[in-house]
Design a protein around this ligand. Sequence first.
Ligand code: NDP
Ligand SMILES: O=C1O[C@H](COP(=O)(O)O)[C@@H](O)[C@H](O)[C@H]1O
Length: 480
Amino acid sequence: MSTSCDMLVFGGTGDLALHKLIPALYHLHRDKRLNDGVRILALARQELDRDAYLALAERHCRAQVAQADFQPETWLDFAQRLDYFTLDATQRGEFVRLAHHLGQQDGRIRVYYLATAPRLFRDIASHLESAGLAGQASRIVLEKPIGHSLDSALEINEAIGEVFAESRIYRIDHYLGKETVQNLMALRFANALFEPIWRAGHIEHVQISVSETLGVENRGGYYDHAGAMRDMLQNHLLQLLCLVAMEAPVRFDAKSVRGEKVKVLEALKPITGMDVMDKTVRGQYTAGRIGGHDVPAYYFEKNVDNDSDTETFVAVQAGVDNWRWAGVPFYLRTGKRLAKKSSEIVVTFKPVPHMLFQNGQVNRLVIRLQPEESISLQLMAKAPGKGMQLEPVELDLNLAQAFRQTRRWEAYERLLLDVIEGDSTLFMRRDEVEAAWRWVDPILKGWQEHYRKPRPYPAGSDGPEQAHQLLERKGFRWWQ
Ligand SMILES: NC(=O)C1=CN([C@@H]2O[C@H](COP(=O)(O)OP(=O)(O)OC[C@H]3O[C@@H](n4cnc5c(N)ncnc54)[C@H](OP(=O)(O)O)[C@@H]3O)[C@@H](O)[C@H]2O)C=CC1
Ligand SMILES: O=C1O[C@H](COP(=O)(O)O)[C@@H](O)[C@H](O)[C@H]1O
């Protein structure tokens, strides 16, 4: 059971709040994880009274939560925690009104969740401070992406840091809240088996793929200025890379885990200038078919420029320049409107030094984050019968089956609870975000100078052909 707190969700009428945050809070309430004293206040400019907001939130929550998990009486109970406050976050004066509405804090924890565009972060932090709302018991949660470049991230971090101490800033990356992502740490650091072979001497290459079937939906205005690199790779995929590549932290706490992750980001081999042509692939979807339906090209999506050069797909060959990983390629790829929704980390081991059999293959560890969560190790075994006919078989750990009685938590449930509890282990520290941008910025610059046009790929495919060539050059293939 959590501690009591006021949770203020700026951008409370937005996509993130209605699709992810409110449903996550509902689930926590339903599972009796929220203290009775947790109050939720959604804020946005739209003029709504409390009833109208509750109706809006209920409609979205019903649509997001599995039918079996949504009970009208539980919703009514949960809704007692919920309120709405109309406020324009750019207007300092409105925070005085907010302070009156909230009343005395009396040491009570206040969580400010900024589910708004990053351009509002600075205003919100400074207006909270001038209204006397940024005291020691308050915490601020920032959504990714933090800025759109290193400079803008530095500016945001600087501005927020003037109001909130780093220990009270929670930079969220919801991939870190996913169950299997944390299982990756359990696999690596709670099993002696893997550590001796988790290094360049034994690992041939690593693939991290996050593919989506969705397009940009109603977020074209944001996405067309971001693209796949800023929206996904700079944060989610690099965080996954960190968890694969980091050294064992001394303790499982915020300081140690984040300290190890930042070392990985700092060791990323720079990709600069013309290197982008060899080491990266940008793609943009054209019209195609997904799940039996025709879908339009990216440049026909709502709020997208119709001669947009924004990438909806990116693949990168990264390298981590340190003792453990020298010479091991890390292939990262992510894209929208691909053939299937899946997120996987695939660690391919080197072949045996001398193969005795005709059809031996390498061992692979496949960590599936979604749609189903599983970890499997591909081994070679002899097929029954005469002769040494080898076939790959899987040692399979299906996490949903292994822990059948437990509902799988959504990432936001865990992370919201962590903020309330004051545990920032699964959040990004300032230097991590900046180190990630420091690596990404030269790639974006290289694209501006040498690689402006993304390669087209039909919606429903597995991305542009060039993404396959990126691996084929080294004799590898993307794991399907
Ligand atoms: N949607 C998602 O799945 C994800 C989103 N994010 C990030 O979360 C943030 C929000 O995204 P998303 O929910 O999609 O965006 P939306 O555009 O759907 O929502 C923006 C919200 O901000 C409010 N808002 C805008 N201007 C102001 C203002 N001046 N004062 C107060 N409120 C304001 C809007 O309400 P109103 O106009 O009424 O003021 C609305 O509630 C972005 O940074 C995005 O990158 C991150 C991960 C996933
Ligand atoms: O942060 C984001 O993540 C989602 C994908 O999240 P997932 O949990 O469904 O894998 C992506 O669609 C969105 O564009 C991005 O902003």
